[in-house]
Design a protein around this ligand. Structure first.
Ligand code: XMP
Length: 311
């Protein structure tokens, strides 16, 4: 039986002994994994921890402020650094899913390497969990944070990694989050992938396309929050659908897919059973409130054969 209290005691002791008098840096994403690592490290090494929220332009609406506020509530200071231009420049012109992941990853670790150096830190703390490791081993997807498995040397980015959650699955991570006194907004937050909204834009990732999927994501979260799905989000497809304007002229518009899944550990998943009313409201709001969208689809595919994200 997993004992979150024991886990916190063991990991904080281990972290203190590894970090010693040095400094460590953690980048928060708004997800529960990185939040737990940050809170653990804060408990272990206090002011030797630097907590950053790197705004890569691929986050959900108001994510940075949510993270800053949530951590302020537990006495931790999080600094936001804006690096959106670097990420959009790295992703420009790329449509292939694996190439996108590679471009994201390279920019991400370069940014972190620079942040570690600028802050005089030695260690980078990461919220890698067991599912990330296993799925990368299986070759399902090169999760952005499993550097050594994809043949990258953290040292080449000037990084020494600490990954205290590597043995845990999501439900255990949530237990640790509660044990550490993290607020509900964080403990129960839906998983959000490292490469962020880039995994939810099929085709090229541009600021405009990300803005479209971000606006649709707000609506999906608002409409489905009460159902507490494991994960619910919007995806922007790379096609245009034919539609009609109010005056019955032909127009082309964007296609949004709504995906909501139930899962224990993200290794398998089934679609959430939504009512007709819920589906209809999603369609009506997304078409009415997100400029340029004229078609909304609901994804019925479990994992497998699909993965949860689209790239
Ligand atoms: P997939 O799409 O592989 O996702 O079924 C399984 C879980 O992992 C999340 N995910 C990621 N998380 N970096 C992450 O930190 C990634 O590159 C990444 N890709 C997917 C996804 O949101 C789901 O919860």
């Amino acid at each position: 039986m997993f004992d979150p209290q024991q886990f916190v005691a063991d990991q904080t002791a281990e972290m203190r002994s590894v970090v010693g008098e040095e400094r460590a840096l953690v980048a928060l994403s708004g997800g529960v994994d990185s939040a737990v690592v940050a809170a653990l490290a804060h408990q272990a090494i206090g002011d030797q921890l630097i907590s950053l929220f790197i705004d890569d332009g691929l986050m959900r609406e108001d994510e940075g402020q949510m993270v800053v506020d949530a951590f302020a509530g537990v006495g931790m200071e999080v600094h936001i650094i804006d690096r959106a231009d670097d990420f959009f420049a790295a992703l420009a012109g790329i449509s292939d899913p694996e190439e996108k992941r590679m471009a994201f990853r390279d920019t991400f670790y370069k940014t972190l390497g620079a942040a570690v150096r600028d802050n005089g830190a030695t260690f980078l703390l990461q919220g890698t969990i067991a599912a990330d490791v296993i799925e990368t081993q299986r070759g399902v997807k090169t999760q952005h944070n499993i550097l050594e498995q994809i043949g990258l040397d953290p040292g080449s980015y000037g990084l020494q990694m600490l990954e205290p959650l590597r043995e845990l699955f999501k439900p255990e991570v949530r237990q640790v989050a509660a044990e550490l006194g993290l607020p509900e907004t964080i403990c129960q937050r839906m998983p959000f992938p490292g490469p962020g909204l880039a995994t939810r834009v099929v085709g090229e990732v541009t600021p405009e396309r990300v803005a479209t999927v971000r606006a649709a994501t707000v609506i999906v979260e608002e409409e489905l929050v009460e159902l507490r799905p494991f994960q619910a989000f919007a995806v922007l497809l790379n096609d245009r659908a034919t539609g009609l304007t109010d005056t019955k002229q032909r127009e082309f518009g964007q296609i949004i897919v709504v995906r909501s899944v139930e899962s224990e550990d993200a290794m398998t998943a089934v679609p959430t059973e939504l009512s007709w009313n819920q589906l209809q409201r999603l369609q009506e709001r997304i078409c009415a409130e997100v400029p340029g969208v004229i078609k909304v689809l609901y994804d019925l595919t479990p994992k497998p054969p699909s993965t949860i994200e689209y790239i």
